[in-house]
Design a protein around this ligand. Sequence first.
Ligand SMILES: O=C(O)c1cccc(C(=O)CC[C@H]2O[C@@H](n3cnc4c(=O)[nH]cnc43)[C@H](O)[C@@H]2O)c1
Length: 207
Amino acid sequence: MTRRAVVVTAVAAEAEAVRVSGDWHVIAGGVGPAAAAAAAADALARGSYDLVISAGIGGGFAEVAPVGSLVVADEIVAADLGAETPDGFVPVTGLGFGTVRHEPPRELANAAAEATGAVLGTILTVSTVTGSAARAETLRRAHPRAAAEAMEGFGVAEAAARAGVPVLEIRAISNPVGPRDREAWRIKDALTALTAAFEVLPAALRS
Ligand SMILES: O=C(O)c1cccc(C(=O)CC[C@H]2O[C@@H](n3cnc4c(=O)[nH]cnc43)[C@H](O)[C@@H]2O)c1
């Protein structure tokens, strides 16, 4: 049976790219984790779903996920939710609060990655796009399994967890994580890759 899924993208161009099968409800919820959480929570309160997917373009850690490739998250991590201290960054969990990590169901993440040819790995959620080699290296050290970064996954995952609905995140890589270089963006190619993924996902994720 086809899953009843809601797909949360950030912007309309991403929503158009994933609205290919007609099987799933697609919303463009806005950029950043707060907008994404609000949009996902709203959708989950209004409809009956058994899967939430955060989808869109993202930055790739080049050794693992080059521009044009796809990444499916086996963990969704809030990379900058915490406190800066003299000894470095401390995640909110180290301060005694909340969570910084959500884990999609393994069988769904595996099936999505296999069907789309995606790399399976950690997708970081950041509120500030990485723009330097130093920041990229800091993230690599803190998250050795990081394959990609984007700005919405953790927000969608928080809403999904609160509603008791499984979550997936899939990113098509539009740019490398690292020094800012707008010439290096390949947004059209990434949107094309996203469409190809969503042509096969509904069948691959049937329950
Ligand atoms: O101005 C810049 O240097 C810059 C570089 C990359 C992305 C942006 C955006 O404003 C796009 C944010 C939007 O797209 C997703 N996205 C795409 N690439 C990345 C990235 O490398 N790091 C984080 N997010 C990225 C993100 O999910 C937003 O929806 C600006």
